[in-house]
Design a protein around this ligand. Structure first.
Ligand code: FES
Ligand SMILES: [Fe+2]
Length: 374
């Protein structure tokens, strides 16, 4: 497509006065770069800890296009590995989760590994001169538990997540003290025709709430709504109104705020009003134009209460359709010749806590640019 160029006529404050160029959201080449420079080097949230809370429990996940699994050993230690046999590359686990035996046996030629990844047994290995089991264990990935969730990092030298996001864990636990003990209650899944960054951009501003989410605005006291950037995460917090379309809860619940946190690069942690209402929204990129999103709700009990069902129904029937329509429309619009010079102005005021500022979007887009340049 021809690239028209329009010089900005009205300089804007901030380091990045304009959005990322449109082709960052549509180019397969940039998507491949992002896999290498963002998804293979950062902490990617893959599941709630309840999936691997007990010894021998395992679960597979996809990170930066890589098939990995996490498993809790007989020693209680959680470890992660690429889901590939070092012999001739068969996958060790089929996609899913379950309880592993004490030994992981490859389905192809039955090489056997401990839950710590060490190779234990190779049929015919003892008859092969020079073959050494010590050099043929599983290839590890980094794993961390954080905010009740499991994160994987393919970069073995990565800084621990708790150091990168100081304060987030404490804030989540203050609002949801039993975050580790919750269990998955409901998963809503969507395949969206939108780049993952369009979905994140949309989460990182509430400028659109007034026009797109009337019920949300009616459920939150927007005078109290604050949106703050904290390094690799942001917080959007506002007092809510019980008995509104979205939220109903007891007044003595540990959290009565709408408390929504985005954590770089592609997950949001939402402590919703009530007692133990945790919604984690995963955005898994498929290709430049497609993102799979899972809304997972974790409660004390797998069966939602009446109030929790109201919350789920609000997300499922109201909020999600509103945002789905937005992000797919933006993805189409980003390909339009009429989208001026392929960038739009970001409205960032001096108030970096404003509910209607685009400072969160600006921060995220700068992180994307920095990662791609690294
Ligand atoms: S590929 Fe796994 S044992 Fe051969
Ligand atoms: Fe929205």
């Amino acid at each position: 497509m021809d690239q028209q160029t329009f010089a900005p006529t009205c300089p804007l404050p901030g380091e990045l006065g304009y959005t990322l160029p449109a082709h960052y959201y549509t180019s397969p080449d940039i998507f491949e770069q992002e896999k290498r420079t963002i998804f293979a080097r950062n902490w990617i949230c893959v599941m709630h800890r309840s999936q691997v809370a007990e010894n021998n429990q395992y679960a597979t996940a996809s990170v930066a296009g890589e098939n990995v699994f996490v498993v809790r050993g007989r020693d209680g230690v959680l470890r992660g590995f690429y889901n590939v046999c070092p012999h001739r590359a068969h996958e060790l686990f089929a996609e899913g989760a379950g309880k592993a035996k004490n030994v992981i046996t490859c389905p192809y030629h039955a090489w056997a590994f401990g839950l710590d990844g060490k190779l234990i047994h190779v049929r015919n290995g003892e008859n092969v001169p020079g073959f050494c089991k010590d050099n043929a264990g599983l290839t590890p990935v980094r794993v961390e538990e954080f905010c009740g969730l499991i994160f994987v990092n393919l970069d073995m030298n990565a800084t621990p997540l708790a150091e990168l996001a100081p304060g987030l864990n404490a804030d989540i636990r203050a609002r949801c003290p039993d975050v580790d003990k919750l269990v998955p209650a409901v998963r809503l899944s969507y395949t969206m025709k939108a780049n993952w960054k369009v979905v994140v951009d949309n989460y990182l501003e509430c400028l659109h709430c007034q026009t797109a989410h009337p019920a949300l605005v009616d459920s939150i006291n927007m005078e109290t709504y604050r949106h703050v950037v904290h390094g690799i995460y942001t917080s959007q917090v506002g007092q809510t109104r019980s008995g509104s379309e979205a939220f109903t809860y007891d007044g003595d619940a540990p959290n009565t705020d709408f408390a929504a946190y985005w954590l770089w690069p592609n997950v949001t942690l939402n402590v919703l009003p009530g007692d133990g209402n945790y919604g984690v929204f995963y955005m898994f990129p498929v290709d430049a134009d497609t993102t799979i999103q899972h809304f997972e709700f974790y409660f004390r009990d797998a069966t939602p209460t009446e109030e929790q069902q109201q919350l789920i129904d609000y997300y499922k029937n109201v909020l999600k359709p509103e945002d789905l329509s937005i992000v797919e429309s933006v993805q189409r619009g980003l390909k339009s010749r009429g989208y001026r010079n392929g960038q739009g102005p970001l409205l960032v005021s001096d108030d970096k806590t404003s509910a209607i500022g685009e400072h969160g979007v600006q921060h995220f887009q700068q992180m994307v640019l920095d990662a791609l340049a690294a």
